[in-house]
Write a protein that binds this ligand. Structure first.
Ligand code: SF4
Length: 490
């Protein structure tokens, strides 16, 4: 198969994806599965391999929901699957390399089983370079669809099943909102709920504003109805999801309703724990802090990416916040919520980063005292403005900075966890520990992982656990008694 033999509905265009017009966001409703596709998957299996962030994990739940409406059932076995979809991530180069490795590896299976539909979706599909590479080098792929095209899956799968050509449909839209999408959620305990899509921040290292479209918020009544439904079904925790949740509601033209208002309304729903991710410091307003300070089901954990502690680097990153603004925000949050746990994302070795500038990141880390941090070495992503900058910090320097940063974070994390020794914490018990089935594991309100010995009936419920062995990244403890929280929502 060559490029001529591919069947395009639309192909990706990063330039078009960058456009931010004044076009109104349309709220579309997911239609039923077309008559001819109902039952097409009866007796057949699907497998979705998900890479990258939580947004992708949640998209995979939607894709699974659509496939299940067509009759397919999930499987963990590639040999059993009639449809294999790779839901991909474009944020880092090694994530892309992994996907290409996987596509190459699956060629043997596809050759042995030509009726298998092998597809790719997610952020990588939005990149012209990736799609062209698949068209020329990986012609055994049957289907490519983009992040805006998930609701079109029944039609696209039909095309892929009927035609011998590769089916490609990737819209480079500013974006719409599709409501009423089915979801096959991974567990009955914790659920992810999209509150907004896209991002307009255009940080210079990031591909998301190009792959996910413009910022657009779901209507609060749709979000609240979904959360109420999850509460009715017995879910114990929801995480409100968006690339930049603090921008929620900025795009509404018919009402003044922002993220703080949404959190205040979610607070009144009988679901025991509510989290959100991810925040951008720029849009984090005082009203939101006031609402979070009311606590209740709003947990005292905030993930607040900073990326760098140096103003010059923050400017080159186009982060739209300064060190001072960030530290002032942290001060306000800590004042309103004294037991808050803060976590962050940091990039080291950005183009032009000097030792002094890196020292500013270390000092900011010391000042804020994060409980944990996701730390990364900068690597350029094709299509982003930073990819045109000179990547001039040598790899050994980047690695050495990352090492120093991680050592400092470990020291702080250990100290923070040590402070919990002897404390009794509330744990939502998720299941048996991966390493030892006699040990249960779950998370605190602040999202810390706790392992403890306890009866199996606690799984799916809240337990009170005394921490007797704090470690750097996890806590070990002893079960005290059933938590009164167990009465809520179960
Ligand atoms: S805020 Fe910046 S880093 Fe986060 S998704 Fe938007 S552009 Fe990317």
């Amino acid at each position: 198969m060559n490029e001529e033999m591919a069947r395009y509905f639309t192909r990706p265009d990063l330039k078009a994806a960058k456009k931010r017009g004044k076009q109104e966001v349309s709220v579309l409703q997911f239609e039923h599965i077309p008559e001819e596709m109902r039952g097409i998957g009866d007796g057949k299996r699907y497998m979705i391999k998900t890479y990258g962030c939580q947004m992708n994990v949640h998209d995979s739940e939607t894709i699974a929901g659509i496939l299940e409406l067509m009759g397919y059932e999930a499987t963990d076995s590639e040999e059993e699957a009639s449809v294999i979809l790779l839901n991909t991530c474009a944020i880092r180069e090694n994530a892309e390399d992994k996907v290409f490795g996987e596509i190459g590896r699956l060629k043997t299976l596809k050759t042995e089983k030509p009726e298998l539909v092998l597809g790719m979706c997610g952020c990588m599909s939005q990149e012209e370079g990736v799609v062209n590479r698949i068209l020329t080098k990986h012609q055994h792929v049957d289907l490519i669809f983009g992040t805006h095209n998930i609701h079109r899956l029944p039609h696209l799968l039909k095309e892929a099943l009927m035609s011998k050509e590769m089916v490609v449909e990737v819209w480079s839209k500013e974006g719409d909102i599709v409501e009423n999408l089915p979801k096959a959620r991974e567990d009955g305990l914790k659920a992810w709920v999209n509150i907004m899509y896209g991002c307009d921040k255009f940080c210079t290292y990031c591909i998301v504003p190009y792959t996910r479209g413009k910022e657009r918020s779901r209507r609060p009544e749709d979000v609240l109805a979904e959360i109420r439904d999850l509460a009715r079904k017995g879910y114990q925790e929801v995480t409100l999801l968006g690339q930049n949740v603090n921008a929620y509601g900025k795009d509404f033209t018919d009402r003044e309703y922002r993220f703080g208002d949404l959190m205040d309304d979610v607070r009144k729903i009988g679901i025991p724990r509510v989290r959100f991710t991810t925040s951008h410091p720029r849009d984090f307003d005082d009203h939101l802090i006031d609402v979070l300070a009311k606590k209740g089901n709003l947990v005292e954990h905030i993930h607040l990416p900073v990326q760098s502690g140096n103003d010059r680097i923050l400017k080159i990153m186009a982060r739209k916040h300064t060190r001072e603004h960030y530290l002032e925000l942290v001060r306000k949050i800590k004042e309103a919520i004294p037991d808050v746990v803060l976590t962050t994302d940091i990039i080291v070795g950005y183009p032009g980063e000097t030792e002094e500038q890196f020292q500013d990141t270390l000092s900011l880390m010391r000042e804020v005292e994060y409980d944990s941090a996701f730390t990364f070495i900068y690597s350029p992503r094709e299509g982003t403005p930073a990819a045109r900058m000179k990547d001039d910090v040598p790899m050994e320097v980047k690695k050495e900075r990352l090492h120093r940063l991680n050592r400092l974070q470990e020291e702080i994390s250990r100290r923070k966890n040590e402070a919990l020794r002897g404390e009794v914490v509330e744990v939502l018990v998720e299941g048996e520990s991966k390493k030892n089935p006699d040990i249960l594991s779950g998370r605190t309100r602040t999202n810390k992982l706790v392992n403890f010995r306890g009866p199996k009936h606690l799984v799916g419920r809240f337990a009170r656990v005394r921490i007797d062995e704090p470690r750097t990244w996890t806590l070990k403890g002893e079960w005290v008694e059933d938590s009164p929280m167990d009465q809520v929502g179960s």
